[in-house]
Design a protein around this ligand. Structure first.
Ligand code: UT7
Length: 319
């Protein structure tokens, strides 16, 4: 039994916001610095009232439409997000309610930018155990909410968006192998250290990052985990048709491809137009490449994420 991917969908809020637009808003930055260091040219930013569940709902509806599945047929809904609408209920329950599904298990996964690969791995285990038949897996974020717009070292890097996939139990091929790991000793290099206590936010409510430490860690673990899932599926990295790494920085993406010996032409890149959308980055890039026809049935696709925690995860699938 496989968990087979039968639909993808995504949603980006509003119009693209360019690097020059950010500079025009008073951020002490410039297009040349951002493009050279990160490859990012623009990102989408949600309006102040928009929520992850709203973005995730549209991505989910598009994935269900492609799959030809109605919301009532789902028995599992997992949302990967670090920017949930509320402390509780979960963003997954809010999306379930708005889709009109009743009865499916629904919960959130918190693994920051590795969240979608974690959620996909969990859904695959549920399906392959025989306990669930049809899963909706969503990555949805409004990271613009947790950015310090006075910290030019972080605020230019992120964007908002959502991506989703529908998985179905199938005897045809599907997800071949998944892996997920964490190293909590590295929690200090990328975090939002604030908390709600006694009716107030205590501590720092904004994203903080040691960019260079994150960079080095990301390149190493993305290469290691790609090799791990390929080995588990008895597949050489050379056999991978498409690599979709977490879209944080073009230099990390290129270094990962190089370490794995995967040609640049086989690497899906959306960071230039999306920025880093955390848990939404991989399903957004996946949906784009499925819809524009680059990813074809029968091809091997390697998805991988890395983020705060530190967490990292990967899935190798035959589309
Ligand atoms: O999901 C995982 C999330 N994070 C990542 O993947 C991020 C990984 N890290 C990186 O991508 C890079 O470390 C950054 C892009 C964040 C930073 O690049 P860097 O080459 O490590 O730059 P830096 O932080 O060492 O800063 C170099 C200079 C500094 O100026 P001085 O001190 O050398 O005069 C910064 O103040 O660049 C300056 N700077 C900027 N200048 C213009 C920092 N941010 C900006 C900016 N615009 N936005």
């Amino acid at each position: 039994m496989f968990a087979r991917l039968i639909g993808t969908g995504s949603y980006l809020p509003g119009e693209p916001v360019s690097n020059n637009d950010l500079a025009a808003r008073g951020i002490d930055t410039n297009d040349e610095w951002i493009v050279t260091r990160t490859g990012i040219r623009s990102r989408h930013l949600a309006t102040p009232g928009a929520t992850s569940s709203e973005l995730g709902l549209i991505a989910a509806q598009r994935a269900l439409e492609m799959a030809g599945v109605s919301a009532g047929d789902l028995d599992l809904i997992i949302v990967a997000t670090s920017t949930p609408d509320f402390i509780f209920p979960s963003t997954a329950c809010l999306i379930q309610g708005n889709l009109g599904n009743k009865g499916a298990a629904a919960f959130d996964v918190q693994a920051v930018c590795a969240g979608f690969t974690y959620a996909l791995g969990i859904a695959e285990k549920f399906i392959c155990s025989g306990s669930h038949k049809r899963a909706l897996v969503i990555g949805a974020e409004v990271f613009s909410r947790i950015l310090d717009w006075n910290d030019r070292g972080t605020c230019v890097l992120f964007g908002d968006g959502a991506g989703a996939v529908v998985l179905e139990a199938s005897e045809e091929t599907g997800i071949l192998a998944t892996a997920m790991h964490a190293d909590g000793s590295q929690n200090g290099i990328l975090n939002v250290p604030g908390q709600i206590c006694g009716g107030q936010v205590t501590g720092d409510p904004f994203l903080r990052m040691d960019g260079q430490a994150v960079f080095k860690f990301a390149v190493r673990v993305l290469a290691d985990i790609a090799e791990e899932v390929c080995l588990a599926a008895n597949c050489a990295t050379n056999d991978v048709d498409w690599l979709i790494p977490h879209q944080a920085n073009i230099r990390i993406i290129e270094a990962t491809g190089k370490r794995l010996g995967i040609d640049r032409s086989k690497v899906i890149v959306s960071v230039d137009r999306h920025g880093n959308t955390s848990a939404a980055s991989v399903p957004l890039a996946l949906d784009e490449a499925v819809r524009d026809g680059r990813i074809q049935r029968g091809q091997k696709v390697l998805l991988e994420g890395v983020g705060g925690g530190f967490t990292w995860g990967a899935a190798l699938l035959e589309f």
